[in-house]
Design a protein around this ligand. Sequence first.
Ligand SMILES: NC(=O)c1ccc[n+]([C@@H]2O[C@H](COP(=O)([O-])OP(=O)(O)OC[C@H]3O[C@@H](n4cnc5c(N)ncnc54)[C@H](O)[C@@H]3O)[C@@H](O)[C@H]2O)c1
Length: 252
Amino acid sequence: MSDERQRVALVTGAAGGIGAATARTLAAEGAAVVVHDLRREGRLQELAEELGDTACAVAADLSDAAAADALWHEAVGWRGHIDVLVNNAGIYEAARPDDDLAVWQAAWERTLAICLVSPAALCRAAIASFREQPGGGIIVNLASRAAWRGEDADYWHYAAAKAGVVAMTKTIARQYGRQGVTAFAVAPGFVDTPFNAPAVEEHGMELFVNDTALGEVAQPQDVANVIAFLASGKARHATGATVDVNTASYVR
Ligand SMILES: NC(=O)c1ccc[n+]([C@@H]2O[C@H](COP(=O)([O-])OP(=O)(O)OC[C@H]3O[C@@H](n4cnc5c(N)ncnc54)[C@H](O)[C@@H]3O)[C@@H](O)[C@H]2O)c1
């Protein structure tokens, strides 16, 4: 396949566990990949070098929706088009109800900005591009089991942000399908990534293993496989759906 016709994906948070596995999987399946994270140096740059000519590294701070919009345009500029958006970057930072209101509110605003508003800004920019290009485009948004089950006491904001991601994805699927846009959400449970390092440190891995139906926690590749399938174009009529990848720890 020539470069002009090669599918191009943008994967945010690609220096992290699920994002890196997704970028590698999409590249192995023949896509070119714009790999994004907060900083270019370190793991992001190493990933881009590992993937070679089929990858381009772009840094942007997704606590700012304007930076998310600029990221989209920079990503499109690399090969002239993006066909798949994987909204994967995210944070898991506590907002303790016993903290001062200003501290609690700042934590809410930061999580909503990174986990909901910037993904929304990227969807907004992607839809504007996808509706203008032959073949449209595919959006895969990372939600969470927390969207349905709820989350621990210090994480209402994270659960609310991820429920927002699910509602946003359904709306995009319903409103833009005729313009060539399909949209999916993926809702992991516990995945063995740096995201969970503090929780594992505090509680030990055994707690999370015991919560699964398989006696083992999911690895980043288990989620990446599902994302890559949704991104492949083989699941068009599942548009609007959320796929759970939580090892039956929460079956809805
Ligand atoms: N790991 C899990 O158990 C789990 C469970 C449910 C949902 N998820 C979701 O999956 C996605 C990926 O999680 P992961 O486990 O791979 O996490 P991770 O921490 O390994 O990777 C997340 C990446 O997002 C990037 N990021 C964070 N803040 C950013 C910012 N302001 N600007 C740009 N990039 C930023 C980080 O640098 C990091 O590389 C997240 O959306 C997360 O909410 C993860």
